[in-house]
Design a protein around this ligand. Sequence first.
Ligand SMILES: [Zn+2]
Length: 458
Amino acid sequence: MSEPPAVKRPAGEGSLASALPEFAWPPFPGDAAASMLALVYQLEETQWWPARRLLARQLEQAAALVEHARRNVPFYRTRLPASDRRMTWKAWRRIPVTSRAELQHAGESLFARSLPPGHAPVQPVRTSGSTGRPLATLTSAPASALGVAINLRGLLWHEVDFSARAASIRRVTEHEPGPAPGSWGACFESGAHVVGDVRRSVGDQVEWLIAERPRYLLTYPTMLDAIARHCEERGLTLDFIDRLSSFGEVLDPAVRERCRRVLGLEIIDSYSAQETGVLTSQCPERGAQHVASEAVLLEVLDESGRACRPGRVGRVVVTCLANFASPLIRYDIGDYAEAGGACACGRGLPVIARIAGRLRNMLLLPDGTRRWPFSSTLEFAANDAIRQFQVVQKSAETLEARLVVSRPLGGAEQEAFVKALVRALRHPFRVELRFLDAIARGAGGKYEDFLCEVPLPD
Ligand SMILES: [Zn+2]
């Protein structure tokens, strides 16, 4: 057996928050911090386990979750197989996949009538419902703690300095105020965490960042793109920032490139959903997205429900292994992703090569097939006057291209845009241009550059 790797330490002078007052060194963690450190310690080890060993322990945990759900959660009573002492991969694959619509319809029948000791308290989670209808779930104490530990592991991978100031720009509402100030490093002594509202203009965001001077910035990829464009136009730098992090939307390679070129900054991307927590974190060595296997069993399935081989795109189906409060078992989250092979970094955590997006963000071709509209290039929007764009498919043959421009586009420019767009989509769609003052984000704060409004199949 190989030696367990050394547990990572936070960068710089970052240290544990001590629970003992008037005691200089070493810091003594309080109960909650000690428990969190014990989780992080285990995650530092399990990430190196071979994939097979990870899967075996996942199935063991899945068996406990399934048994609990069958007994205590009305929604699952008839959906799950009778109890089986040992969960095999074959038995697992027979459990039906549950759609988001089914969960929405399930309402409170998704909530556990009773919980094992130690799983309380539970917290309500209400997804923003960018598709219209929100989804109400609960999260348990162990699920929340594991989520924090997974997040900490991701931060340790990238050697962040918890003592530094961090900022996030996100959706802020009365019900979703974001993390409390000063808490971003959990059990480590942390710098302030300031939160900005994503609905403010990009000019206001940049002004706010210059006033706050955070060392780390976390926000949506499209917000990073808007900030980089704004800084480029005005010759501004954000040299106090060390690292950018993104979440919530598909990160386009062109956005990475722009942030690198204009701001000299790298982006660390992650994949998460409100109802599931963190699903993947970016590999510190290879850049791939590693699945947080200790918290989720994530499957990428093809149309016939079989696991996709590396390189193939399929729908993402997740099981939240720690959450017994409103179990999500083989939940079709509505996203598509490309399955990846083993990562050269040596971690056994499975890899998602690329998060592709949601079905409503796919282009529909007249023959009924769908594909990703802008998989490699956004060259059609390269005109400096185009500040924002959104392409909306109105029918199998027609698109509406919504544009926000800094000056009117001439006839030749409009024609060039349409030509380049049609070329990128590889089909002669009829394109109507619509000029707007602004293009709003969806209800969840996310921005979608392509939307198919042709009714989707259920
Ligand atoms: Zn890796």
